[in-house]
Design a protein around this ligand. Structure first.
Ligand code: NAD
Length: 351
């Protein structure tokens, strides 16, 4: 198949593209604006493949989208391009409305025009797969899980913009017949994760001997999914998912933020002990909470398990170990980012 991946230079997009090139025969066109979060070196492992192509363009640019669709003739659009960081959405929500809402609208409208020009057989085979988040469902107490029918209750500018884009996608399916798929996934982690997010931030700041900021009392709970498992889930959904369907994707790995930070510290104590022999956990500092910080997210992923046979394959313990080791072995990847783009400072407090 030919698969157009928007946001393919980002964290999850690049994991998907590496998987598709390395483990399938699919052809891939990455369509990415290369914002601060787009990192071409994340695609270096597949850049030489003749089944991989890249175009630098904005999903809000209708002409560029139309041209990419017309030239590449994809059977699948995997739409991952987005502004993705909650803290940045607090400081500057405008970019989130623009890219996540307007950009998704442009993608849908251009995909619809392209789809209408296909033969009946190609129309039936086409999929517009929108990659979204569990944050659209709001916040849970100690009990319960998000299912595909949980009512939407987004609370941050990021999750509100993703919720709106999910609604647009379903509307294009319902109203115009575009064969759409939506996946709502929990927190991803793994190699090539941009240093602004909790896990890479903690690893990098620990190694740099800096304080490890934990928001509030560290009791907020997230469900963590190893990014390669997410990429495998996305492939299962666009290859075999039922058009019009939504699938929740989760890792079955709920952890409090403080537990995540302590796990990273414990691994580093073992594989890269501090020069002074003291534990990395000494660097933990509790900082003012994120405004509107959701308490708990948890996913019921039984539909994708029952319908498509997907389950997470990497436990949190295994995945976090692999991730810490990857950051130790790939200092150049994140060193370049720290130098040129983002130096691990606190975000989300200037809203
Ligand atoms: P990311 O921030 O790492 O990457 C986003 C990519 O999109 C970057 O390569 C960036 O250059 C590109 N992009 C941004 N604006 C663009 C535009 N206007 N036009 C073209 N390209 C643009 O994000 P990620 O963590 O890889 O997330 C990918 C998708 O998955 C997002 O839609 C996000 O909402 C969703 N998601 C993420 C998580 C997570 O834990 N990271 C969980 C569930 C869902």
């Amino acid at each position: 198949m030919r698969i157009l991946v928007t946001g393919g230079a980002g964290f999850i997009g690049s994991a998907l593209v590496r998987r598709l090139i390395e483990h399938t025969d699919h052809e891939v066109l990455v369509f990415d604006k290369l914002t601060y979060a787009g990192v071409l070196s994340s695609l270096a492992p597949v850049a030489d493949s003749d089944r991989y192509r890249f175009v630098q363009a904005d999903i809000c640019d209708a002409e560029a989208v139309a041209q990419a669709l017309a030239e590449f003739q994809p059977q699948v659009v995997a739409h991952l391009a987005a502004e993705s960081h909650v803290d940045r959405s607090i400081d500057g929500p405008g970019a989130f409305v623009q890219t996540n809402l307007v950009g998704t609208f442009v993608m849908l409208n251009q995909a619809l025009g392209y789809w209408r020009g296909l033969s009946d057989a190609d129309k039936a085979a086409f999929r517009f797969h929108h990659i979204s988040t569990d944050e659209v469902f709001g916040s849970l107490g100690d009990e319960g899980f998000f299912t595909e029918t949980t009512p939407y209750d987004p609370r941050s500018p990021y999750s509100a913009s993703k919720a709106g884009s999910d609604h647009l996608v379903r509307a294009w399916g319902h109203t115009y017949g575009l064969p759409v798929l939506v996946t709502n996934c929990s927190n991803n982690y793994g190699p090539y994760h941009f240093p602004e997010k909790l896990i890479p931030l903690i690893i990098i700041r620990a190694l740099n001997g800096e304080p490890l900021p934990v928001y509030g009392d560290g009791s907020n709970v997230r469900d963590w999914l190893f990014v390669d498992d997410h990429a495998r889930a996305l492939q299962a959904v666009f290859e075999r998912g039922a058009p019009g369907e939504t699938y929740n994707v989760g890792g079955n790995a709920e952890r409090k933020n403080i537990e995540v930070v302590q796990a990273i510290c414990a691994i580093l104590d073992e594989v890269q002990p501090r020069g002074d022999g003291k534990p990395y956990a000494e660097q933990i500092t509790y900082v003012t909470d994120r405004p509107g910080h959701d308490q708990r997210y948890a996913i019921d992923a039984s539909r994708i398990r029952d319908d498509l046979g997907w389950t997470p394959s990497v436990t949190f313990e295994e995945g976090i170990g692999r991730t810490v080791r990857w950051y130790l072995e790939n200092r150049e990847w994140w060193g370049d980012i720290l130098e040129a783009r983002y130096a691990t400072e606190r975000l989300g407090v200037n809203g």
